[in-house]
Design a protein around this ligand. Sequence first.
Ligand code: NAD
Length: 454
Amino acid sequence: MAAAQDSYLKLLSNPLARELAGRLKLPRPAVLRRYRPGDPLLPGPVLVLGAGDSAGTLASALLDWGLDVRRHATPGERIGGIVAVLDDVAEPGDLAAPALALGACLRQLAPGGRIVTVSRPAAASAGAAAAPAAAAARQGVDGLLRSVARELRAGATGNGILLDDGVDATAPGVLGALRFLLSGRSAYVDGQFLLVGPGTGTVPADPDRPVAGRAAVVTGAARGIGAAIAEVLRRDGALVTVVDVPAAGEQLAAVANRIGATALQLDITRPEAGARILEHAAGRHGRLDIVVHNAGITRDKLLANMDADRWNAVLEVNLAAQLRMNEAFLASDLLGPAPRIVCLASTSGIAGNRGQTNYAASKAGVIGMVRASAPVLAGRGGAINAVAPGFIETDMTARMPPAAREAARRLLPSLQQGGLPVDVAEAVAFLASDAADGINGQTLRVCGQSLVGA
Ligand code: NAD
């Protein structure tokens, strides 16, 4: 079954239809700025706002990337991205000047432009919380950013980077996260924060091929999001193995042939699944560096009508299998020296969803597993993170009732459309790379700032 197309969005690519939609006051979702190798990082100059030292050092770092960097907006000039450096706010009164400076140049933001705030969390991941006034100001950035992101139009997005204790604004992981958030790779990431902790200091040699030479495995890769993840990892230089159930063997082989990967037919709920994956990857590449736990199923029912089979099947595929495989990977010498694991969660696991108690429990479970496994992975120089997609156009969402599906698409805050598998894939590939240095145990939503989804 082909994934549901957003036919309204397709229709709007016709200028006449777009104009008519405008006259009828219908939503006119923008064509999102997605990554294409070779494209400039931003659709215009980058403006670095902030009076503190960090703003200056960050502006120099961006100059080193060859960007056209401004410290003040020139009236009337289109701006590709705005980096607002707020790491020095110490009390709520400190928010006014940067917030108003940001507001004053918003109208100049180009279509597909980006806003990224750089600030400190109200409470660091380890250690004491900041003093109440500082914590209030820092948490205030959260509300400011998430709200301004909802005010943006024309496919522009707003996201934030949080600097954990001991991390400065030009740490490798901060620059890696900033590049991801400014680029077209983050097209459907909106209103989100990435916390960057102390990392290993390793950065990808080539930012366009950040996983070059890494041996990666993607489960559930015969179609949908998994196939897109495999393709993006391959584009970014990884040596990829795609895994799916034997019943999807033909589709799996087609994906493998198309992208230049190897295929492994395997039901991930088998007790020996972890060992089989290790054996396959090590047999071809000598080790396993990147694992993407993408395979997942839904068996929706209201809890009052839920039966044990539906409950157990979902928990088994979406959660128990991942836990078992991770145990097998971490116990093995075949896991590479800096392993990176990325798990697919869901916005349902964050906000809950009617009819999805089993699915939401499994996906919330993934978020908990990731958080708890982070220290173990850090101890091996690696990381484990989750991506929580919202409404993504795949076979899974094609099964939603048509009216609910259409409402879900248009009610999405500023982007007014579902995401594409590639949007999730780009976030996964970022977290699977050294560009995400210092990001560990976190869940990144790829949801166009909505909590509706599968
Ligand atoms: P999909 O149903 O299109 O594809 C899932 C793939 O997983 C299929 O190819 C299937 O054969 C495979 N799979 C299922 N059980 C397996 C098993 N036991 N062993 C091996 N492979 C198995 O789903 P999708 O929309 O591409 O979703 C991919 C992931 O993203 C899932 O974890 C899903 O929960 C999550 N997700 C999707 C959405 C969305 O909007 N589509 C939203 C949030 C989260």
